[in-house]
Design a protein around this ligand. Structure first.
Ligand SMILES: [Zn+2]
Ligand SMILES: [Zn+2]
Length: 177
């Protein structure tokens, strides 16, 4: 129910309360993260005189990700306020020609009279993703010598000289065995 026919938005607007479904928000094939069950979108959708659609509300979700250092899965909570404007995209119109300067909250257009809140959720999730995916800031990562997770199992391996090569010795280890 995340696909909204703009013409059917009543004058007083409409409330949308939805449980997030990976298919509906178009992240089912996503490899970078997984959507945990229980995520919600709660928003009020209103239509302006000029067919502008205003979406206000909150997105709450939990994503499962893999730590870039130790490769362990970790949860990433998303709790994001939404305050977004969408303009109708009319065929033949040049995007750049739109006068959107006084509305700097305009982020996108909707097409063919339909606004896909699922697509909006997907975009918002990607915007909140951290640049560095770490289970914790001081994650110790995997030992380049024995491959153990140094967060849970500190090993006594000699410290490899990483100054000689930007690549961990994992590559050598894989080819020699
Ligand atoms: Zn980690
Ligand atoms: Zn080790």
């Amino acid at each position: 129910m995340l696909l909204i026919e703009v013409s059917r938005i009543p004058p007083e607007g409409m409330d949308v309360n939805a449980l997030l479904d990976a298919g509906e928000i178009h992240v089912a094939g996503e490899t970078g993260f997984a959507l945990a069950a229980g995520g919600t979108l709660a928003c009020h959708v209103e239509k302006g005189d000029d067919d502008t659609v205003h979406v206000q509300g909150r997105l709450s979700a939990r994503l499962g990700m893999e730590c870039g250092r130790c490769l362990e899965p970790f949860p990433f909570p998303v709790d994001q306020g939404l305050d977004l404007f969408y303009l109708p995209h009319r065929a033949g119109e040049d995007d750049d020609a739109e006068e959107i300067t006084e509305r700097d909250l305009v982020v996108a257009y909707y097409r063919e009279g339909r606004l896909d809140l699922g697509e909006i959720v997907r975009e918002q999730l990607f915007l909140t993703l951290p640049m560095k995916r770490l289970c914790r800031q001081d994650c110790l990562g995997l030992c380049p010598a024995c491959g153990g997770n140094r967060n849970v199992d500190p090993c006594d391996c000699p410290n490899p000289d990483v100054s000689l090569s930007p690549f961990p010795k994992l590559f050598e280890k894989g080819s020699s065995s």
